[in-house]
Each structure stands twice: as C-alpha cells, then as structure tokens.
Design a protein around this ligand. Structure first.
Ligand code: IMP
Ligand code: MG
Length: 221
C-alpha cells in the first residue's frame, strides 16, 4: 500500500469525504407499513430501517469518484478491483461516476465465519484475469467490518508487485479501527449494525435492493 499507514480513527478524525452516520440517521420502517420501501422488491416486512437511501448513495459515489479522479492521471488509468459479490453494485455505479478512464477486474473471495461475522481465513474463489504488476490498483469494497478480509487481500495483492494499492470502501464499521490498514476513500462510517442491500446480503438475499437498510432483528436472531 502506498503512503503512511496511520491507524484508522473514524470517529475522532473523519476525512471530509466520509459521512458519519449514527443510529439516529436511520429511518425506521414500521411493521406492516404500507410505504415499506423494501416491499416493491419482494422484501416487505423484512427490514427494520433505511440507513442510506438511493439519492444519498448516488451523491456519495459522485464525491468518491471525484476525489479518486483528482488523485490520478489519465496516462496511467487505475485498475479497479471489485471484490465480489458484495461490491458489485458499488463497482458499477462508481466506475460510471468516475470521470477518468478505468479498467475493471473482478475477484471473488470467501471468508470463513458465521453468517454475520468473518474470521479472516480467506479463500480465493475467483482470481484476477490480468497481471497487476506496475499498475495503480484501487480495491473497490462494499464494507469493512473487522477488516480481516481486507487485510488479507492487501497482503495478497501487494505480493504481485503493483505500483500502488488504494482502497475505496462505501461503508465502514467502527470495528475497522482495530486493524492497522490505511483506507484512503471511505463513503460512510456506519454504526455496528448488520446492514443489507446495495450488494450486501444476508444468506444471499437483499443484494438487489437499491438502498442500504438494517435487517429486522427477527430475520437473523
Ligand atoms: P470483515 O472481514 O469483517 O471486514 O468483513 C468483510 C465482509 O463481511 C464484507 O465484505 C461483507 O461481505 C461482510 N459483511 C460485514 N459486515 C456486513 C454487514 O453488515 N452486512 C452484510 N455483509 C457484511
Ligand atoms: Mg466485501
């Protein structure tokens, strides 16, 4: 990774790019509400709240894309590496918001653990199709929770000799402060809650929602 690797301090020194969201920012969905925004996607009654709606996602992705573009020159276009499956929605929207050329690669990894906690033991399910030697790599992540998955991925990709590796994550949870990894671009710092939608799943469901919401507790407890 390029640059210094100062510990992350999401709450005490948020970058201006990062929006800090608390539980108070979520819009509760009452049980059986007629205007449940998840209902039109077939998930009526399954979410407790909307945390980040589509408009807020679109606005933030525009800001992230502008910030990344300002740090790159079009003579060495960045290589976007999407970590499947969770980051797929973010990847496609981010790439389209980016005002400079970028190439795309996809990697699928799975981290062993329970349904809602990762263990840091990672397996590559699908590797990159191209050589990243000398490239300016941008890892496109959906969410950093414990940071174990990302820290494994950074080590793995660093060993392949890229010119630089930077991380763009849409979401980050407070736990991520414990791992010493530099994440240059963070969209939202969110509370320690299990979130779904916009690529994020619980048991493969909810990835297709166009917003980020909180899963109703009764769906997983
Ligand atoms: P970490 O290794 O704990 O940082 O977890 C990273 C991966 O766990 C993410 O890329 C997600 O796939 C998954 N994950 C972590 N938190 C959530 C969540 O709140 N909802 C859905 N998936 C999550
Ligand atoms: Mg992920």
């Amino acid at each position: 990774m390029s640059g210094s690797s100062a510990p992350l301090q999401p709450s005490s020194s948020p970058s201006p790019l990062t929006t800090l969201l608390t539980a108070a920012d979520s819009r509760p969905i009452a049980e059986g509400a007629a205007d449940d925004p998840a209902a039109r996607y077939g998930y009526g009654g399954e979410l407790a709240a909307v945390l980040i709606d589509s408009d807020a996602l679109r606005a933030k992705i525009g800001e992230l894309a502008a910030a990344v573009a300002a740090d790159h020159h079009s003579d060495s276009p960045p290589l976007l590496i999407c970590v499947l499956k969770g980051a797929v929605m973010f990847m496609t929207d981010f790439a389209r918001a980016l005002p400079i050329p970028a190439e795309m690669e996809f990697m699928a990894i799975s981290s062993y653990g329970s349904a809602t906690k990762s263990s840091g033991v990672v397996r590559i399910l699908k590797d990159l199709n191209s050589d990243i030697t000398g490239r300016r790599v941008l890892i496109i992540e959906d969410i950093i929770d414990s940071g174990l998955t990302l820290s494994w991925l950074l080590k793995n990709l660093e060993s392949r000799g890229p010119a630089s590796i930077e991380v763009v994550t849409l979401l980050r949870k407070p736990e991520a402060v414990k791992v010493d990894i530099e994440v240059r671009y963070v969209g939202f710092d969110i509370p320690t809650e299990f979130v779904v939608g916009y690529g994020l799943d619980y048991a493969e469901r909810y990835r297709d929602l166009p917003f980020v919401g909180l899963l109703a507790e009764r769906m997983y407890r």
